[in-house]
Ligand binder design. Structure first.
Ligand code: GTA
Length: 176
């Protein structure tokens, strides 16, 4: 399967991953809690909370986080198409450098395929990164860009561990 690696599990997902299970956790094989909504709420969504919840409950789109900045769209297709037919993949981009910044959205043709991916791919290792999946309310133009001041993901400005594939230490951690 080309660049996809799924066996190496020497990392924990970051604490900010919306769903905490890793592939070491057998509960993801049979526990529907992996399908529950996370606590993530898109602050920039223009509708109200009820509408956001309704969209999440009906969605066939997943947010995928903690990717290496170097993971390609082809690798995402390769891994996520194991769970169903993919309509689109939108790679997350640093809004200044226009380069990968560690997340993407995967749009399936139907909800059942997206549920498969939530159950079986959350916690998988891809490019030596334990990736995390979350329900998403649906891709809109602009959502592919990181919202942090430096151009990347907002959360990357605050992590305090070293991760060269995600830009080293977070910006805040670099401040003496
Ligand atoms: N469906 O979990 C997610 C998710 N995340 C994390 C990002 N997106 C997500 N979508 C779903 N589920 O389209 C989407 C966003 C956007 C794109 C890039 O990815 O909807 P972003 O990561 O740059 O910005 O988004 P976002 O999502 O607005 O940031 P968020 O989640 O509020 O903050 C991320 C983390 O940063 C927080 O959990 C916290 O750990 C840290 N953080 C943020 N602000 C602070 C702060 N002031 N102090 C300390 N830590 C902070």
């Amino acid at each position: 399967f080309g660049g996809v690696t799924t066996a190496k599990l020497n990392q924990e997902p970051p604490s900010w991953c919306p769903h905490g299970a890793t592939s070491n956790d057998l509960s993801i094989l049979c526990n529907d809690s992996s399908l529950e909504l996370s606590e993530y709420w898109d602050q920039k969504f223009s509708g109200d909370n009820d509408e956001q919840e309704r969209l999440l409950m009906e969605s066939s789109t997943l947010y995928v986080g903690n990717l290496s900045f170097y993971t390609t769209k082809e690798q995402i297709y390769e891994l996520f198409s194991r769970c169903g037919d993919i309509e689109n993949v939108y790679m997350g981009l640093d809004k200044i450098k226009k380069m990968g910044c560690g997340f993407c959205f995967v749009e399936y043709f139907n909800r059942a395929e997206a549920e498969n991916a939530m159950q079986f791919l959350n916690g998988t290792s891809l490019d030596d990164h334990i990736i995390c999946t979350d329900w998403d309310l649906g891709f809109r133009e602009g959502r592919q860009y990181g919202r942090g001041q430096s151009g990347g993901q907002l959360g990357d400005a605050f992590h305090d561990d070293f991760n060269v594939d995600r830009g080293g230490f977070g910006k805040q951690a670099q401040v003496p």
